[in-house]
Every structure is written in structure tokens, then in C-alpha cells.
Design a protein around this ligand. Structure first.
Ligand code: NDP
Length: 295
């Protein structure tokens, strides 16, 4: 068996086509969707992510403000930026690129972003709504991208056994909540570094969402034949055969393709969906502003 491809790139292109129309409609009513992205420090991978977010904004007609601060920046400076942006009427989304330098408290800073501008969906108010089963607000981009991609592929989740590998605030836990939410209706198990016999647990799953950050950890014998496998992982591994000396690897081993029914590639799977969902959150925030203005 060769797994069908969960093509995040193709799904993201459809999401973008819809967003282009929504952006045009917003502009007609005098609102230009506007996203601010703040990056602190010089982590090369983070700069790549930010650049691709800014480029996607350009492509969709969303205005972007890119603020790059040195690693030595004091937390108070970032707090000031957030406070100013929270009050900026023509700005609809604020994103702080993770990770921040170790002297900064990432969670405390996220808490300062106004929930209506929290396009990452990490504010306690937005995550709290998700816990309550209210999935119509700002949802974290990676897990909501996973759900959109599964829906796009026409995969039915009702009553299916899903195992989420990873319990992080930004991926694993919200992914589990979305899979278990009414409407998706999967039966979900969340696994983490203390879980015993992960392989046996994964092997019972109809759906595996791998978000552990361990290159190629999920092997073929962890996967039930025909299962849906979503690979969230983005890991840089040494590869002397490549000119640059490294390659990207997911959390799922390539040979899983021979067992799974569906598999998302890395790159080209969850990554493009994450950015598409960020754009959608930004457009939604701008639409919300329009309805507040009574237009
Ligand atoms: P975190 O490091 O925050 O969380 C990793 C989770 O995996 C933790 O819950 C951890 O358990 C668990 N874990 C780690 N090792 C094991 C193990 N050996 N067995 C079982 N569980 C384990 O990572 P993130 O959630 O932020 O990211 C996960 C992956 O997804 C990374 O590769 C990241 O790069 C990628 N990612 C991709 C995105 C995309 O757009 N495609 C976006 C965001 C992340 P414990 O809680 O016990 O420590």
C-alpha cells in the first residue's frame, strides 16, 4: 500500500483563493487587513518562518508590519510594542514569533495581546473558549490547519480512535481538543514523554497526529494499516549528502508511507496549512472589526 498524500500545499492554495476574495471585500468597505509580526533575535529558522508569513501576506493583499528586534531587547520594550499595537485601530493581528530569547517570558507576553488580535490563538481566553468546545473563535493555527486538511481530504473522524503524540500548548493539546470537539467527534488519546508503550498505543489508532519534535520517531510498525497519519514535526537533521549539510525531517519515518492510508508530507503538509490558518485568523479579525463598525 502507498499512502495517499495529505497535500497541505494544495489545500492551503484553496484557502488562500478564498481569502483573496474576502480581502478584496474588506478593502471595498475601507478596511485593509493588517498583521504585525514581531521577531526577537537572530534564529535563522524563525527568520525563514517570518519571511514566509510576510510573503504570504503580500500575495493575499494583507498589509504586514515586520518588527525585528535584537536578542538583547528587554522584555519591557516588547510589552510597549504590544500595548501600542493593541490600541492601533488599523491593525488586526499581532504575532510574536516563537521562540523568544530565554530572558523573556513568552507566555506572559502572549497574555498581553488583546484576544481579538491574538491571531496565533494562544491567549488564555481563546484557548479557554476551545476547552469549552467553542470552536468558532481564534484557533491555534497548526492544529486548526490539521483539521482543515483532514476535512478537505474528506476524511471522516466520527468515532475514530485518534492518538495525538505531544501535549504542547501550541500543537498537541489544542489538536486533541479539536479532534474531540463536537462535529469532529473522534475519541482521543493524548500521549507524551511519560506515556508507556507508545508504539502499541499508536498502533491502535485510526488517526495519528505526530507532534513530538523527534525526527522520524513514528516507524512503520507503529501504524495500523490504512491509518491516517499527520506529521506535524519539522526537524533539521544532519545530511552530508546535501550541499547545505542538512535536510528537513518530520516526526514520521518515510517508510510509514507503505503502511498508512493517508500521510502528510514534510515539507508541504502541515507547514503551509499553518500559515494559511494564520492568514485566515487575520482576515477574520478584520471582518470582525468591520461588523463592529456596523458596515
Ligand atoms: P514541544 O517540544 O513543545 O512539545 C513536544 C511534545 O512531545 C511534548 O508534549 C513532549 O512530552 C512530547 N514528546 C517529546 N518526546 C517524546 C517522546 N519520546 N515520546 C512521546 N512524547 C514525546 O513541541 P511543539 O509541540 O511545539 O512542536 C512539535 C513538533 O512540531 C516540532 O517538530 C515542531 O518543530 C513542529 N511544529 C511544526 C509546525 C508546523 O507549522 N508544521 C508548527 C509548530 C510546531 P512532554 O510534554 O512530556 O515533554
Amino acid at each position: 500500500m502507498t499512502a495517499q498524500r495529505l497535500d497541505g500545499k494544495a489545500c492551503a492554495a484553496e484557502v488562500e483563493a478564498d481569502l483573496t476574495l474576502r480581502v478584496a471585500a474588506l478593502k471595498k468597505s475601507g478596511i485593509e487587513p493588517h498583521l504585525a509580526v514581531i521577531i526577537v533575535g537572530d534564529d535563522p529558522a524563525s527568520h525563514v518562518y517570518v519571511n514566509s508569513k510576510v510573503k504570504t501576506c503580500e500575495r493575499l493583499g494583507i498589509r504586514s508590519t515586520h518588527i525585528a528586534l535584537p536578542a538583547s531587547t528587554e522584555e519591557a520594550v516588547l510589552r510597549d510594542h504590544i500595548a501600542t499595537m493593541n490600541h492601533q485601530a488599523d491593525l488586526h493581528g499581532i504575532l510574536i514569533q516563537s521562540p523568544l530569547p530565554s530572558h523573556m517570558d513568552e507566555e506572559a507576553l502572549t497574555d498581553l495581546i488583546h484576544p481579538s488580535k491574538d491571531v496565533d490563538g494562544f491567549h488564555p481566553q481563546n484557548l479557554g473558549r476551545l476547552v469549552q468546545g467553542r470552536t468558532d473563535g481564534m484557533l491555534p493555527c497548526t492544529p486548526s490547519g490539521v483539521m482543515r486538511m483532514l476535512d478537505w481530504a474528506g476524511l471522516e473522524l466520527t468515532g475514530k480512535r485518534a492518538v495525538v503524540l505531544g501535549r504542547s500548548r501550541i500543537v498537541g493539546m489544542p489538536a486533541a481538543l479539536l479532534l474531540a470537539a463536537k462535529g469532529a467527534d473522534a475519541t482521543v488519546t493524548v500521549a507524551h514523554s511519560r506515556t508507556q508503550d507508545l508504539q502499541a498505543l499508536a498502533a491502535q489508532a485510526d488517526v495519528i497526529v505526530a507532534a513530538v519534535g523527534r525526527p522520524e520517531m513514528v516507524k512503520a510498525d507503529w501504524v495500523k494499516p490504512g491509518a491516517v497519519v499527520v506529521d506535524v514535526g519539522i526537524n533539521r537533521v544532519d545530511d552530508p549528502t546535501r550541499d547545505r549539510g542538512w535536510r528537513l525531517a518530520g516526526d514520521v519515518s518515510p517508510e510509514v508511507e507503505d503502511v498508512a492510508g493517508w500521510l502528510s508530507p514534510v515539507p508541504g503538509g502541515v507547514g503551509p496549512m499553518t500559515i494559511a490558518m494564520l492568514m485566515e485568523n487575520t482576515v477574520r479579525a478584520a471582518e470582525h472589526r468591520r461588523s463592529e463598525q456596523g458596515e
